[in-house]
Design a protein around this ligand. Sequence first.
Ligand code: SF4
Length: 338
Amino acid sequence: MPVSALSVIKSDSPEKWQVILSDLITDPKELLQILELDPPTEEISESTLKQFPLRAPRPYVARIEKGNWKDPLLRQLWPSYLEDQSPPDYSIDPLIESLSNPVPGLLHKYSGRVLLTPTAQCAIHCRYCFRRHFDYQLNTPSRSGWNGALNYIRQDHSIVEVIYSGGDPLAAADRHLAWLTKQIAQISHVKILRIHTRLPLLIPQRVNQTLVDWLTRTRLKVVLVLHVNHPKELDQQVISAINTLDANGITILNQSVILKDVNDNSRILAELSQALFSINVLPYYLHTLDKVLGVAHFDLREKEALRIIDELQKILPGYLVPRLVREVPGMESKTTLA
Ligand code: SF4
């Protein structure tokens, strides 16, 4: 590990990431102007734009190639007219999470672990997001409202792992996350805190001393799961942020979603696995798309995904090939396809 990675990023004040988060690109015209794109090339979906607006962080947009509609980062955030399609097997709650939501802010899908939603906010609106219709109003309680979720965890001694999930948990203020983590750490049967996030790759300034402090001071074993889909998402600033987390002893994994016209290619996925491994991040899952309304244009046939994994196995050592999985509602774990 380079010596520079052993210390946290000191040049940024703790609030810098919040300033960037409050200055997202939300106007498609501004995005098109920055990227020097011709508006008529791919029409926008005005109806879905109202339901799930454009949100794009500037450090991420800076990595998009100007003038290129096919840029894999742009594909992930552009609210295309294709979102208006509504094939019959797509729905607003494909994983039937509403049945696993016993108290506000908590989902209990698998034994031994529960998922909390500390915030509804995200630094980006990933167009393929399976929670784009999720009832965040019900699931982002105020501080006193968290008692229901905390009591639920206290009463179920089989719960050993708590997962912070999306919205993007790291879009919440550190004060709130440190408080919530402290409450969880006081429950003796909970051993692991897992955090699913895209923030370090969207706004790398998010990895600052305040974050590192509460992540490293808790008695819980912290596992951070990044959601990187394409090697182009890893620029030098992102790598420095990940190095900082790694240098502070945080276990880091990655999961991706296989997306048509973004990363449906063994060469790209091999490059991603190798890039992640070079910064001590292990590729973990490669998810097939959850069939939520508005995302059908990202879908890839399962046969094609299996072919790509087959090719990956020929290119990479086994430990760098992520497990291809699908989430099937009602199953006790993810279903492994390869
Ligand atoms: S919850 Fe995660 S996948 Fe969904 S929009 Fe937010 S960052 Fe993207």
